[in-house]
Design a binder for this molecule. Sequence first.
Ligand code: THU
Length: 135
Amino acid sequence: MSDINWQELSKAAEGAYHKAYAPYSKFQVGAAALAQNGKVVCGCNVENASYGLTVCAERNCIAQAVIQGDQEIKGLVVYTETEKLTPPCGACRQVIVEFMDSKAIVKSVNHLGKEKQWTVAELLPSAFTPKDLED
Ligand code: THU
């Protein structure tokens, strides 16, 4: 996983953060992922007046990778401008598991240069995965 340019991913996540549509929570989130084909894809949270329809930055980012034709993500960064780092929510963890290896790294970073990282397995231990549909 050392071949990942985390600085570049963090910058891309910061760019996505500035595009977030979060008029209700005012909590903007940006995400960027490195796809298997080397492409960097981004996503931001997109809220809705019907609040429950909100989609998180991570899930929009992963959907973007899939739309670009890449279903394998090597690393993912979540960017917020909060003192406390933002971990992916539960729904996003399940979607992350679908498209990332259990040993792949997810990082949360902020505008102060703080960061924390997890493996996918740490984010969602004992996950229900596509393999569980096989037998
Ligand atoms: N949010 C994300 O985009 N990612 C997360 O992992 C946590 C929550 C968004 C959803 C909503 O627009 C706002 O943050 C507040 O929950």
